[in-house]
Structures are given as C-alpha cells and as structure tokens.
Design a protein around this ligand. Structure first.
Ligand code: ZN
Length: 197
C-alpha cells in the first residue's frame, strides 16, 4: 500500500525486527545507555549505539521473543522496557487516530469533507482519499488512484465519525483545504501510527 506522498528527502532506517526500511521518524529509536542498558530515545538525539523498531505490537513482541534488540544494541534489556515500549508505541498510534478523527469531524461540520466516491469524483480539485479498513475492493482500487490514507477505523466507525447513519466506506478532502494540509503534516505509517511534523 502507498501512503501520502512526500517530496522531501528523509533519512531512512530499518526496523531491527522486520527489516522494513522507512523514514526514520516513523520508527522508535533505542540506544545503549552508558550503563549498557537498552533505553528508548524519545527525542531521537541520545548518543551511543542505536537501533530502530516499528511502533507496533507485532515487531515489539517479536523483538521480545527473539532477542533482536539485545543483539542489535549489544545491551542488556530490562523486563520493564517492554511495557514502556508498548505504551510509547500505543501513544503514537492513538494520537494519530484522534487527530484524524478530529480532522474528519471538523471538516464534515464545515462542509469541506466529501463523503462517498461519487462526491469525490465530482470534485474538480485533487483529493486526498481516506478509506475504511473493511471497505470493498472496488473502493480500495478507487482510493489507490488518489493520494490516500488507509484508516485505522472500519465503516461503522468512519460513518459515526462523519455523523452518518452508516455505510460510509470512503471520504475525501480537497487538497486546497486547510484540513488536507493538516492531514499532510501527519506522516501515517503502514500500520496506522502517525508522526506530526
Ligand atoms: Zn518492524
């Protein structure tokens, strides 16, 4: 799947578990502290040997089971690191969901939000298309022809978010609106985490 396009050059790093290479801001950095312990580098500026991991439960659980972090850092991993790492990763994801919900709710109220593929197609401007996790293949194919975002919410949640009784699979924001610009500032990762910049 592809996500919001960006022209800026951003340094890339690999997750120490799944090896996916991506914008380093979409990964969590960990470093080996001077005491030889693995710590989360929240500001991304701590010195020392570092490694990166995806901010999602799949990679964190695999790291915990496989010892990948320990190997990547040559550091000892305290048991309390795992809940902290999950909490930190979860915060990033929840935050992204809330921001997207707020953008959708406000744009709906202001009349800027295009609800449904027909309204998106009728728009004369370029549109960022956002689709529900359980939308039809046809809607997904339609979304792929635009700048698009795979939402971490299903049809029911999307419908509720935009104040509809149900059945909303896809919505769109014309790129000319402030809401689209706000959305573009969120870097949304493949698994629904987002970083604002
Ligand atoms: Zn990963």
């Amino acid at each position: 799947m592809t996500y919001l396009r960006t022209n800026k050059h951003i340094p890339e790093r690999s997750c120490c578990v799944c090896r996916v290479r991506t914008d380093k801001r979409k990964l969590i950095r960990l470093v080996r502290s001077p005491e030889g312990i693995a710590v989360i580098d929240i500001a991304g500026k701590l010195p020392g040997r570092g490694t990166y991991i995806c901010p999602d439960d799949e990679c964190i659980t695999r790291a915990e089971k496989s010892g990948a972090l320990k190997r990547a850092l040559g550091a000892s991993v305290q048991p309390e690191l795992w809940p902290s790492l999950r909490e930190y990763a979860g915060g990033l994801t929840v935050d992204a969901g809330m921001k997207i919900r707020s953008i959708l709710g406000l744009s709906r109220k202001s009349g800027a939000l295009l609800v449904g593929a027909e309204n998106i197609e009728r728009c004369r401007h370029a549109v960022i298309v956002l689709f529900a996790s359980d939308c039809s293949e046809r809607v997904k194919d339609f979304a792929m022809t635009h700048d698009h975002v795979a939402l971490g919410m299903n049809v029911e949640e999307l419908s509720r978010t935009v104040g509809s009784r149900g059945g909303v699979q896809v919505v769109g924001l014309p790129v000319t609106t402030g809401f689209a610009k706000k959305l573009k500032r969120l870097e949304i990762t493949e698994r629904g985490s987002a970083f604002e910049h």
